[in-house]
Design a protein. Structure first.
Length: 123
């Protein structure tokens, strides 16, 4: 498992949103999708509100790598499916960071969304 350096981790975690571009099978990048991003421990996570059926999530599954931009950090990453044991920490991070969006945050806390939790690892 690759680890973020402290500065990049802090900048990404502080960003309100993240732009994610997944790689197609031919290695080219898809158009970026803007989404929420959270930090749990020393890791960075994203989730699809639509779960595994979400278009951007499906795009991450062809090569399991891409590029992110957030908080002034641009990094090539690997998309790793999070272990269910990581979900509680990610849930808590979403509640803490985005809880002021009370009518929206619950959508990233459903079982459907939880099953699409990806850990973003620098490469």
């Amino acid at each position: 498992m690759a680890h973020w350096n402290g500065s990049d981790l802090a900048k990404i975690a502080a960003a309100e949103e993240l732009d994610l571009s997944s790689e197609r099978a031919d290695g080219t990048l898809r158009d970026p999708v803007t989404m929420w991003v959270v930090r749990s421990g020393g890791q960075v996570y994203v989730r699809s509100v639509k779960g595994a059926d979400g278009p951007w999530y499906r795009g991450t599954q062809s090569r399991h790598q891409g590029r992110i931009e957030a908080g002034g950090v641009r990094s090539d990453v690997t998309f790793q499916e999070a272990d269910p044991g990581e979900y509680p920490g990610v849930d808590a991070a979403y509640r803490e960071k985005y809880g002021h969006y009370t009518s929206i945050v619950e959508h990233v806390l459903t079982e459907r969304a939880r099953a699409s939790t990806l850990r973003l690892e620098p490469r």
